[in-house]
Design a protein around this ligand. Sequence first.
Ligand SMILES: C[S@@+](CC[C@H](N)C(=O)[O-])C[C@H]1O[C@@H](n2cnc3c(N)ncnc32)[C@H](O)[C@@H]1O
Length: 375
Amino acid sequence: MSSRFSSPSDQTLAGIGARLRATTGLDMEAFVPGVVARAVERRLRELGGGDPSTYARRLESDPSELQNLVEEVVVPETWFFREPEAFEALASLVTQLPLAGRRPLRALSLPCSTGEEALSIAMTLLAAGVPPGGVEVDAVDISRRAIEVAERGVYGPRSFRSPSPAATEPYLRSSGSDRIPVEELRQLVRFRPGNLLDPSAFPSGVSYDFVFCRNLLIYLDAPARRQALARLRRVLAPGGSLFVAAAEARLLQREGLGCHTVCGAYLFTDGRGAAHPAPLAEPAPSPPLRSGVAQPPRASAPPLVELDQAMLWADEGRLAAAAEACREHLRQRGPSASAYYLLGLVCDADGRHEQAEEMYRKALYLDPTHRDALV
Ligand SMILES: C[S@@+](CC[C@H](N)C(=O)[O-])C[C@H]1O[C@@H](n2cnc3c(N)ncnc32)[C@H](O)[C@@H]1O
């Protein structure tokens, strides 16, 4: 990070970024340069002024201000039945379980953000025939603001970007353009703030049949991801399943956790007492990019580089030129999901798969709904 910051005040921002990273595991600056500076600026405005150095010192001794800053950088984007395959897989796994005479099924949604995922899990279990007394869902997120929204439980149209299965309709009632979980559903989900990197986020002695940790691992730096996965694995009940987002399956495999697919969803199943999983389906191939000899970028590049031009070079197999055009576009216009995504494709086509993944992560950070970067 220090290489991206050079002046004394930049050093201060680098220090603040490092503190955020140590707290959350998120290397925000790597995704969007300037995100820390903007977050600090907003906090200083909110606090009525001050300078970054004084603010950095305050963060050292004021956990509630550190939390305020965390709130500024997290991405609480979520919606009901996001990546619907996961809920189809959950329903399919549940119908294979003997439910009579067993303890309640326990699920964990971490990060739960504003609660849509946890409620979708609970609805799926109810719709699959599990009685309300047989379902317990814990829902945890580092963002206290997100947990407050979850506790309020009023969901507008943006929370319904995927179709909800018809069988779950009875569990949400309408109130104008909003929808509200009915009490029977609401009672099954316990929301609380907690940090995936902090052991106290997990109640001791509790294990889960289903853990949903989706759309966070992809943003964590490698040590935090390793730590998070070790922790999540420990709380999986024998035979339990850890669900990740499609874009995160490869990360799991890299950490040695064999990922398999059920109904098109990606999960890791604890081997103790589990059925043999099917092998992981290969991630969807990148859109075709014809291979060819890479050409250096033209010396007289146009003042404004359009992504169409970069795409054209990529299609012609001029990968170095295409990559440079994407970078120039990012320099000129600032971060954009489409530029990072195209740069990812070019890196992939050039055999630089780790760099490609990094670019897809950036695209997803900027646009969590970026479909192409998700597969
Ligand atoms: C994009 S949302 C994902 C929500 C949901 N799992 C989904 O897939 O729709 C990411 C969430 O991760 C939370 N988060 C970030 N760092 C975290 C950490 N270290 N521990 C717990 N939650 C964290 C953020 O507050 C944010 O709500």
